[in-house]
Design a protein around this ligand. Sequence first.
Ligand code: GUN
Length: 284
Amino acid sequence: MSEIINGNEISRVIREEIRKQTLTFREKTGVTPGLAVVLVGADPASQIYVRRKGKACEEVGFLSREFRLSGDAEEKELLEIIRQLNDDPAIHGILVQLPLPRQIRSQAVIEAIAPQKDVDGFHPVNVGRLVAGNPGHVACTPQGIIELLDRTGVAIEGKEAVIVGRSNIVGKPLALLLLARHATITVCHTRTRNLPETTRRADILVAAAGSPEMIRGEMVKEGAVVIDVGMNRLNDGRLVGDVAFAEVAPRASHITPVPGGVGPMTIAMLLQNTLNAARLTENL
Ligand code: GUN
C-alpha cells in the first residue's frame, strides 16, 4: 500500500518555520513583510483562495492587504493599483489572483508588477531567471511540489519525471525545477500521442491538466510517486483531483490526496517568497 503524502502537515511545519524566521527578521530590521493580494471579480474559488492567503499571512505575522475590483473593472484601474503597490515600501509581495476577466490582458498585468515583488514568479524576468538556472522568485505550486518530494524523502536525481499539463503556472516551471534537480523530463499535453504509454514510464508522475480523474490505474507504473495538482468540482459537488485516487493509490509508492496534498503547499511557498522579497529589500 502507498504512503499518502500529507500536504496539510508539511505546509503547517513550513509555515511555523516562516513564522519564527519572520520574528527574527522583524527584530533585526523593524520591518514587517507585507503582501498585497488583488482579486478582480467574484469567482467563488478565487474568493476562497484569496481569503486563505490573507489568513495565512496573519498567522505568520505578515501585513496582509486585500484589494477587490468588480468583474467589469478596466485594465487601467488594475494597472494603477499595481503602480501604487510597486511604489509602496510597506508592500514586498504583490499577487494578482488569476484567472482575470476577459477585458483584462493577464500578461500586461503580470509584466506591470515589479519583478522583485512578483511573489508568483510569473514575470518574464523571473521566468527567464528560472530558465537560465539562476532563479529569482519561483512559481509557488511547482516549488511546493519540490518541497513535498524533498520533505517526504523522495529522490529526484536521475528519475524519469512525467508532467501532464503545460501551463505557465505549473507544468512549464515544474519541468525546469525538476530538470535543475537532474530528473529526465517529459511534458505531456492534449496533443500527446499515446499518453498512457508515456505516463507509465514515470518514476515521478505529476498530473496538472485540470481534467477530473483522467489519470487511471493502468496509466501508472507500479511503485511510482504520484503528485496530483488537480482541483476539480464535479456537478454532484465532489472535489476531485486529476488522478483517480482509488485506482492509482494501490500502485503508487507515494501519492498526494485532493484536498490536502499540493494545495496547502502553494500558500506556504507564497509566504516563503514574500519573506524572501522582504529580505531582498533589506539586503538580508
Ligand atoms: N490561480 C491559480 N493558481 C494561482 C497562483 O498560483 N497564483 C495566482 N496569482 N493565481 C492563481
